[in-house]
Ligand binder design. Sequence first.
Ligand code: ZN
Ligand code: ZN
Length: 158
Amino acid sequence: MSFFVYIIIALGTFAFMEGFSWWLHRYVMHGFLWYLHKDHHQKVPGHFEKNDYFFLIFAIPSWLCIMLGVIYKNYWVIAIGAGLTLYGIAYFLVHEVIIHQRIKWFRRIDNRYIRTVRWAHKMHHRHLDRFNGESFGMLWVAKKYRDKVKADSIRNRK
Ligand SMILES: [Zn+2]
Ligand SMILES: [Zn+2]
């Protein structure tokens, strides 16, 4: 297989992870693993959250795919591992750094897309309990949030 195919596999894995994370967040983190996610909605003192365990969900499969792919010289498994790793990095940068600002990087970054993901996630955090949630995705944002941010930025331009 050509190199191009592995790029497609990695990007496909990345896109799949956005959907999978939505499902996981909606039905697992707000479901039977709520006890791990609760402190992300109801802040407790301290720098770390139980919610941080969810990093393992990205880290362990990424590590396994890359390690096993290298051992068995299976390049499409490495490509899947690369896609998982990229998604884990995106999750860290977008959710932890850009949205929640747990690390003081890119604080001045601002464009309509950034404002949209921040707004959509803010709407997610408006709900302090596990029920009646909204906006469970991260990078892909529903139209109603995009429209709201678009309307705001048009209004602010005047
Ligand atoms: Zn949540
Ligand atoms: Zn959050």
